[in-house]
Design a protein around this ligand. Structure first.
Ligand SMILES: NC(=O)c1ccc[n+]([C@@H]2O[C@H](COP(=O)([O-])OP(=O)(O)OC[C@H]3O[C@@H](n4cnc5c(N)ncnc54)[C@H](O)[C@@H]3O)[C@@H](O)[C@H]2O)c1
Ligand SMILES: CC(C)[C@H](C(=O)O)[C@@H](O)C(=O)O
Ligand SMILES: [Mg+2]
Length: 362
């Protein structure tokens, strides 16, 4: 029986529309193969929304997302909007979307594919076999804490303020997602904080430690974030699942991305307690290569696979997409960010064509 899904597409800015076009073509092919009917509806977010409506997240976009089964987002942001006040910048649209849909859990897998070992800037023996899941808290911490803003002091000097806040319940719910993820993976969880300096991190560490009594089979460890950043590049294979707050997770997931060769390879899933998830690459809108047909569409395509796996419960269709990605890499196809000597340099569109051929078994 045909399964119908309503999917909101948010192409956004920069390379967003280019990589989204590839992901939609791929979804159409797997849709036919697995009898899934996708009803795609496109909506505005980020700079594209600012230009059209004056707001980075029009309420119509949030409504459309709420009324869908899943949301596929590309990326937002660009130089053009960088001087706007923070609440009117493209980034505010993305944060508003995450908060508006209650997407507190962000899963960012960083797995090195054997075909790309030589694209990593680290030595083969360091990265071979790396398979990390970063579980990043996404709707709390310093991104959302109050007070926030730029205020004038008594002397008239400006003072910028952000506040890092976590409540016990926020720590517990992301902790549970992470322990459950670790259970399905290698059984190891590393919680990353800055408990040697920050009270909010001390609470984080206490609550995660307390929660671990409910997961006796999971080996829990704790690292300070500065050490974690160092360990990620020194010996990344020591990590299985990582759980951390919003800001530390943002930074560590970009670092983990580079282990795999390029940030252009990393997908992510943002999930809440209920309702549609948002599936998006870890990278941004790459304004430096936008419109040049140079973007790597694989993080976007793998985000579509995560959407099928985590958002729509269609793991076989997700497997097919991931297999197609492996196949094009195996046959030597590469975009510029993952090129190495002797491989075929393709643009974004040609990489999409290669994926379609791989999916169709040609
Ligand atoms: N989720 C998002 O939408 C998101 C994430 C990060 C940054 N941003 C925004 O994107 C804009 C640019 O930020 P940035 O330059 O710091 O980060 P970025 O991730 O956009 O780019 C960093 C570097 O990686 C390259 N890169 C990124 N994605 C690539 C891909 N798919 N293929 C090939 N190369 C790729 C870029 O060309 C650039 O050199 C900013 O406005 C930022 O706020 C958005
Ligand atoms: C664009 C920005 C708001 C966003 C974040 O900081 O969360 C991005 O860097 C990400 O990693 O998704
Ligand atoms: Mg980031």
């Amino acid at each position: 029986m045909t399964q119908n899904y309503r999917i909101t597409l948010l192409p956004g800015d920069g390379i967003g529309p280019e990589i989204m076009a590839v992901a939609v073509d791929v979804l159409k092919v797997v849709g036919k193969q697995f009898d899934l009917k996708f009803e795609f509806q496109e909506a505005l977010i980020g700079g594209a929304a600012i230009d059209a409506t004056g707001e980075p997240l029009p309420s119509a976009t949030l409504d459309t997302c709420r009324n869908s089964d899943a949301v596929l987002l590309a990326a937002i942001g660009g130089y053009k909007w960088d001087s706007l006040p923070s609440n009117l910048r493209p980034e505010a649209g993305l944060l508003g979307l995450r908060a508006g849909l209650g997407l507190f859990a962000n899963l960012r897998p960083a797995k090195i594919l054997p075909q790309l070992i030589d694209a990593s800037t680290l030595k083969r023996e360091i990265v071979e076999g790396v398979d990390i899941m970063v579980v990043r808290e996404l709707t709390g911490g310093i991104y959302f804490g109050k007070p926030k803003g730029i205020f004038a002091t008594e002397t008239g000097e400006k003072r910028g303020v952000n506040t890092m806040v976590y409540t016990e319940s926020e720590i517990e719910r992301i902790g549970r997602v992470a322990f459950e993820a670790a259970k399905k993976r290698g059984g190891k969880l590393c919680s990353v904080d800055k408990a040697n300096v920050l009270e909010v991190s001390q609470l984080w560490r206490d609550r995660i430690t307390q929660l671990s009594t409910e997961y006796p089979d999971i080996e829990l460890s704790h690292l300070y974030v500065d050490n974690a950043a160092m360990q990620l590049v020194r010996a990344p294979k020591q990590f299985d699942t990582i759980v951390t707050g919003n800001l530390f997770g943002d930074i560590l997931s970009d670092a983990a991305a580079m282990l795999t060769g390029s940030i252009g390879m990393l997908p992510s899933a943002s999930l809440g307690a209920s309702g549609p998830g948002v599936f998006e690459p870890v990278h941004g809108s790459a304004p430096d290569i936008a419109g040049l047909d140079k973007a790597n569409p694989l993080a976007q395509v793998l985000s579509a696979a995560m959407m099928l796996r985590y958002g729509l419960d269609q793991p076989k269709a997700a497997d097919n997409i991931e297999q197609a990605v492996l196949q094009v890499l195996e046959q030597g196809d590469r975009t510029g960010d993952i090129i190495s000597p002797g491989k075929n340099l393709l643009g974004c569109r040609a990489m999409g064509d290669a994926l379609i051929l791989a999916l169709e078994g040609k």
